[in-house]
Write a new protein. Structure first.
Length: 261
């Protein structure tokens, strides 16, 4: 019965349904009892599901925020009519880690070795920005004190912690451009070009492993991809369909992709 409520959203897991049920309850609580609710940190797929749910019920009193502009992992706030959700209202605390520039620290070092080592749950951790001599982590405020009092090392590097984030860490996403022609805009044709594999292997991969298109899993090789979408297949990487650049004399479609490296 619960799954039928969300038939406009295909390929939902049991976790997805629990999330959507919880958010549906929050919408009702905001409408009927003027209660404001905040979620834990949600990943990009979960954020997209929440946005689609809000659009389906035409509910506009919500905000997704991760502590800074363009965050990937964000919290959802559902609030009543005439309410607001300012950035400072979210229970998010940013912590900056300072260390020697010669100490190389990775995202995995901070998340896996340090935060998980403190038994901090994944949904209490937002984005982690790694820079040179400085990194920042966005946390649920309820666990921030535990981290600042206990975290003195990341890997072998000693760290000094400061509350807050000054916006000075700029993460540049490296990409590799791929261009070529495809017979159609079907997912298997475009993945074939992107991953440099045969169309037959591409189609089999999508059927067996699946393809994630704009964070939504699909298993049909025939599904069309649109300009601007991102897609990924486990083991082959993540890509963005940058542009559709016309057709050749033989009616093949020329496209340009970016591969995230």
């Amino acid at each position: 019965m619960a799954r039928a409520k969300y038939q406009f959203l295909p390929d939902l897991s049991e976790d997805d349904i629990r999330l959507l049920d919880r958010v549906s309850d929050w919408i009702m609580a905001a409408d009927e009892k003027y209660i404001t609710k905040f979620s834990a940190f949600l990943d990009e797929r979960q954020c997209l599901l929440c946005e689609k749910l809000m659009a389906s019920v035409k509910y506009e009193n919500y905000r997704l925020w991760g502590g800074y502009e363009n965050a990937a992992r964000r919290m959802l706030c559902v609030y009543p009519e005439y309410g607001e959700a300012e950035s400072e209202d979210f229970p998010i605390t940013a912590i900056t880690l300072l260390y020697r520039k010669e100490d190389k620290i990775t995202h995995r070092d901070i998340l896996g070795c340090s935060l998980m080592g403190l038994r901090i749950k994944r949904d209490s951790v937002g984005d982690i920005l790694v820079g040179e001599g400085k990194s920042a982590v966005f946390l649920r405020s309820s666990v921030a004190g535990e981290v600042t009092s206990a975290l003195t090392k990341v890997g072998r590097a000693g760290v000094k912690l400061q509350e807050g984030y000054d916006g000075s860490i700029h993460i540049e996403q490296k990409t590799q451009e791929i261009s070529g022609t495809v017979a159609s805009m079907r997912a298997d044709c475009i993945l074939s070009l992107a991953a440099r594999i045969s169309r037959e292997k591409s189609a089999q991969l999508i059927k067996n492993v699946g393809i994630e298109i704009d964070h939504m899993p699909k298993n049909s090789p025939k599904i069309p991809l649109e300009e601007g979408c991102t897609f990924s297949v486990r083991g082959y990487g993540k890509f963005k369909l940058l542009s559709v650049d016309g057709t050749t004399k033989k009616d093949r479609i020329h496209i340009t992709l970016n591969k995230f490296v």
